[in-house]
Write a protein that binds this ligand. Structure first.
Ligand code: GLC
Length: 728
């Protein structure tokens, strides 16, 4: 058919609206305000949000939830403003709305993207029915910094793992039709390289090469864009001297032009205004101009575009073309969400709390996220018929297990405690409890009571970790040890000589060296969410055989940071066969290597992961660039006496390249369940994307270079079984 032109969806509707909007109304669409009232909309004093909505000078609202509240504001915008353009309601629904799932770092530890998909589907159903359209998730900031509190929200240190989880969560939030009553628009955040903050200190400087930006930090965002993510949120940090909120290279050149992103970019909180503090903008007008021209489309909370936009337009410092582009991107999402047809939500259909099915999903996924770090002598799983159990520690009878970034309503649905769940799981046991110490502070006065219970019990479960308040945003820790006097509690229980196990509930890697050797078993449970206690008990008593793996390296000490698996070899690597060699890259006062490596995790059974077999050991670079792949097949065998999960991991190392490559890069993983004696073969396609890298010099270019590649298979980053693939 000649002459016909395919028009983008809603192009004519958007063009019609743009043609009828004043400059002020266009600038108003770029404005997102937070609800700050101490009552919900329509329940008390009027608010600037209502005024702006009534004047048609507001595009979106965050931090309003509940159908009565959102409908109240929506009616003002739709029925009282001149053009009746509906509002977009957004909220941080990071790992649950009513039903709190494990924190995202825990979800990554499952090495099962289906875990994040379950979270997203339940969250979307609960939140959309309560008037929300848009979640500021998934966060996908790769980081090598366990001191950084927001590692709790991330998928850890690997770009491939983050990318797989990001794409899965975007697809699950958004589904195939954003107008559906159980879907949400997603938001890939924080663009970009936020996890590279120097010292792990939140909001701090990020100075990164183009190569590291593209090879380490950007892959999850590219995966999210390829999955159709509706929005992207800018990051607070600078990227090599240019703030991410005013960085045309990342926001426009890469995101919108190179990747073809057709959604919109929202600023993070007052990120536009913060351009002044960065020393990048002279004043509010400058900040508005710099951010819009760089590629920010919607301004959250600060109002510089709304305030100064008209003058910036008349002075030609922002263009009508850029303004219309930003407005069109925002209107497109409102059309895709169906808001022009159905702006209101049915108050009678709102999900009002966790359903049994949602709780079951939360419980099952939380157990899948847990990582068995140590289990000397098979002290785990526990026998439910045990005569007496002591459950001690500040988190033994605590509901502070939901983690950071819980949705407003989730607080009304607290976590199941470990103590309650242990009593349910071992109904005939005499179960005693003592807190011993608080989560923070140095009062050890309660330890003798806990020690007495430990002496008197067949086994003690010590539940220690981090309160949610010291994880997440603006929660950087310089010391990664168990806070307060918790280490003293573990030491005192160990000193009794009685059997005990440690359960960690935390939002980041912790340093454990002070007590690890004394603990026969350690279960990393993270902050597991609403079904925390049940999931921990399911694993402790063997109803679930743990199969999670670490998505992030656990250092020996904070002084060892940064320590991560996907590192360069350096010209003087430490050589274990020459432990006394002096002039090598190491610490004089620390054993070599981290405490626990990326990908580590034990099971109640044992597995054998064989060497990879390759469909060919030679392939031309040109064939790879044309889309050819090499298949790596790996056989895994359950060599133990209990059904369990293993995560087969495939790592690649480009041995010689024009740009030094990491000693290992994860390029495939599969979690499999095997009965005792059972084997299966997992097959991984290896293509250009897996073997190549972005060059950082000159015009950025993705390249696959000829040479040898070591292909490793195993069940952690220490995988030794390898084959060599030669690219010609
Ligand atoms: C916060 C966070 C961001 C969040 C936003 C809205 O400062 O950086 O992740 O989505 O503000 O709450």
């Amino acid at each position: 058919m000649t002459g016909a032109t395919t028009t983008a969806p809603y192009a004519s509707e958007i063009e019609d609206l743009l043609g009828r909007m004043t400059a002020e109304e266009k600038l108003g669409q770029l404005q997102q305000l937070s609800w700050t009232g101490d009552t919900g909309p329509g329940e008390g004093q009027t608010h600037e949000v209502e005024t702006a909505a009534r004047l048609g000078l507001l595009g979106s609202v965050l931090n309003v939830a509940g159908p009565r509240h959102t409908n109240y504001l929506q009616r003002i915008a739709v029925e009282e403003s001149r053009l009746g353009i509906p509002l977009l309601f957004g909220l941080d629904i990071i790992h649950g709305y009513w039903t709190t799932f494990p924190i995202p770092l825990a979800q990554a530890a499952s090495f099962d993207p289906g875990v994040s998909a379950r979270d997203a589907e339940v969250s979307a159903r609960e939140a959309r029915s309560n008037g929300l359209h848009w979640t500021f998730a998934p966060m996908m900031d790769v980081t090598h910094e366990p001191r950084w509190g927001r590692i709790a929200e991330s998928g850890g240190e690997d770009p491939y793992l983050n990318a797989v989880f990001a794409a899965a969560k975007v697809r699950a939030y958004q589904g195939d039709d954003l107008a559906a009553p159980d879907r949400l628009a997603a938001c890939a955040k924080h663009f970009a390289a936020y996890g590279g903050a120097e010292g792990g200190r939140d909001y701090n400087t990020v100075d990164v090469s183009e190569a590291r930006l593209r090879n380490l930090y950007l892959p999850p965002f590219k995966a999210a864009v390829d999955a159709g993510v509706a929005t992207v949120m800018a990051a607070f940090n600078t990227i090599s001297g240019v703030p991410a909120h005013a960085n045309p290279h990342t926001l426009t050149d890469i995101l919108k032009e190179e990747w073809g992103f057709d959604g919109f970019v929202v600023s993070d909180w007052t990120g536009v205004h913060e351009l002044i503090a960065h020393g990048f903008a002279a004043d509010g007008a400058d900040a508005g101009r710099l951010s819009l021209n760089a590629g920010v489309d919607m301004e959250m909370v600060s109002t510089h575009l709304a305030d100064h936009g008209p003058r910036l337009l008349t002075e030609g410092r922002i263009s009508e073309k850029r303004l219309d582009d930003a407005v069109a991107r925002i209107l497109l999402l409102k059309f895709r969400l169906g808001l022009f047809d159905r702006p209101y939500v049915d108050e009678g259909a709102a999900v009002t709390g966790p359903t049994g099915e949602a709780r079951a999903a939360a419980r099952e996924t939380a157990a899948r996220c847990m990582v068995l770090l140590k289990n000397d002598g098979g002290v785990l799983p526990l026998d439910p018929a045990t005569g007496s159990l002591a459950v001690v520690g500040p988190f033994a009878d605590s509901t502070d297990l939901l983690g950071t970034w819980i949705a407003p309503g989730a607080a009304g649905f607290p976590a199941v405690t470990v103590l309650d769940a242990v009593r349910e799981a071992a109904p005939t046991a005499r179960v005693t409890h003592a807190r011993g110490v608080a989560a923070e502070g140095h009062d050890t006065g309660g330890i003798p009571e806990a020690v007495a219970l430990a002496r008197d019990a067949d086994l003690t479960v010590v539940v220690v970790g981090e309160p949610a308040a010291i994880t997440g945003e603006a929660a950087t820790r310089a010391d990664l040890a168990l806070p307060g006097a918790q280490r003293d509690l573990v030491a005192a229980v160990a000193a009794t000589g009685r059997p005990f196990v440690v359960v960690l509930v935390n939002g980041r890697p912790l340093t454990t060296d002070e007590w690890l050797d004394s603990a026969p078993a350690v279960l990393e449970a993270w902050h597991p969410g609403i079904e925390a206690g049940h999931a921990i008990a399911d694993v402790l008593f063997g109803a679930v055989n743990p199969g999670g793996k670490l998505p992030v390296t656990f250092p020996r000490t904070a002084g060892q940071i940064p320590v991560y698996y996907n590192h360069e070899n350096t010209g003087r690597p430490y050589r274990p066969e020459h432990p006394d060699e002096k002039y090598v890259s190491r610490y004089l006062d620390l054993d070599e290597g981290p405490r626990f490596v990326f990908g580590h995790g034990l099971s109640y059974t044992t597995f054998d992961v064989g060497a990879p077999s390759l469909s060919t050991d030679r392939i031309e670079a040109g064939a790879l660039r044309a889309g050819a792949t090499v298949e790596a097949a790996v056989t895994v065998h359950n060599t133990g006496d209990r059904t369990g999960d293993e995560v087969v991991q495939l790592y690649v190392h480009d041995v010689v390249a024009s740009q030094v490559q990491p000693v290992r890069r994860l390029r495939g993983f599969r979690r499999v369940t095997l009965a005792p004696g059972e084997s299966t073969t997992v097959r991984f396609p290896l293509g250009a994307e897996d073997l190549g890298f972005w060059e950082g010099t000159g015009e950025p270019r993705f390249t696959v270079e000829p040479g040898d590649f070591h292909i490793y298979a195993g069940n952690s980053a220490l995988a030794e079984e390898k084959r060599t693939l030669t690219v010609t």
